[in-house]
Design a protein around this ligand. Structure first.
Ligand SMILES: C[S@@+](CC[C@H](N)C(=O)[O-])C[C@H]1O[C@@H](n2cnc3c(N)ncnc32)[C@H](O)[C@@H]1O
Length: 285
């Protein structure tokens, strides 16, 4: 359906049959658990309690915001799309949780409200589509209170290299390897990073790197729809994904979830706490 027709349908009838509602999609709900479990564990390790204030930047229909609210967090969702926020509001109502939902551009809102502070800022599957991703990260870093966490996902360079090869487009794979942003086999804008590039980016924001987790190392690559598995196999698949370390899964992950901490003035130069399965955890501990 044409973009303009969809826009009119949304405005007039609050209806868009082609809208990809990530909350309502069964596969996306399973992928969400890979984010949520990592965020929950790191928040716990950082001493952030379950009633903390969380901002989800680019929350769309609430795929992460609603489960975060179910965990007890006070969740604010920001999105440019009023249609997405209306979906999020409906889903939240059905799920019996309340969300604060604000329509607007993330950078613009956070610049206009420098007093907004959150214990955790989450931004999943948003940054890789924006040429302004550095400014978005900077604005989000400013909104994290000292001792709080920024949890943001990025596209790995390895994902685009493998995707190009999977489509027998070796030229595109070579281009990805040599660049960090641009079009990828179509005219849209994307950006992608290696672990070292992400570490440098977060350092430049004054944040302390805590961990990086691969998100979906196996499903996209193999064409698996995890929601089509039986309940037991779904849980096994989730456990398998959770057990893949960045070294094992980083090259082929669809996304890389970075967990970074805003240093407290009193512990600059110190180290963030370890969580179980953290790549820095000493063996046998
Ligand atoms: C792919 S969806 C990700 C949804 C959600 N984070 C999740 O993981 O389920 C990207 C969303 O980010 C929103 N978005 C993109 N750029 C934004 C910006 N500058 N400010 C606020 N929202 C933005 C889009 O409108 C869209 O709903």
């Amino acid at each position: 359906m044409q973009r303009t027709v969809r826009k009119i349908l949304r405005a007039v009838a609050d209806y868009d049959p082609d809208y990809y509602d990530m909350y309502a999609d069964n596969n996306e709900a399973l992928f969400a658990r890979l984010y949520l479990e990592r965020i929950r564990r790191h928040a716990e390790a950082a001493g952030i309690d379950a009633s903390a204030a969380v901002l989800e930047a680019g929350c769309q229909a609430g795929r992460l915001a609603i489960p975060l609210a179910k965990l007890g967090y006070r969740v604010t969702g920001i999105d440019t799309s009023g249609f997405a926020l209306r979906r999020a509001r409906e889903h939240a109502k059905e799920a019996g949780v309340s969300l604060e939902l604000i329509q607007g551009d993330l950078i613009d809102l956070l610049h206009r409200h420098p007093e907004w502070r959150y214990d955790i800022v989450v931004c999943a599957e948003v940054l890789y589509l924006s040429p302004n991703y550095r400014a978005m990260l900077q604005a989000m870093a400013s909104a994290v209170r000292p001792g709080g966490l920024l949890c943001a996902s990025h596209r790995s360079k390895g994902y685009y290299v493998l995707e190009a090869i999977r489509q027998h487009d070796v030229g595109a794979a070579v281009t990805v390897l040599q660049t960090a942003e641009g079009p990828f086999r179509d005219s849209a804008y994307y950006n992608w990073q290696t672990e070292d590039e992400l570490k440098a980016l977060y350092r430049s924001l004054g944040l302390r790197w805590v961990a990086m987790w691969p998100i979906d190392c196996t499903a996209w690559l193999t064409g698996l729809n995890p929601s089509c598995l039986g309940r037991e196999a779904q849980e096994q698949w989730l456990q398998l994904e959770m057990r893949l370390s960045p070294a094992e899964g980083g090259l082929c992950a669809r996304y890389l979830l970075v967990i970074a901490e805003k240093p407290r003035a009193d512990v600059i130069g110190g180290h963030p706490p370890l969580i179980r399965g953290d790549p820095r955890e000493p063996e046998g501990s």
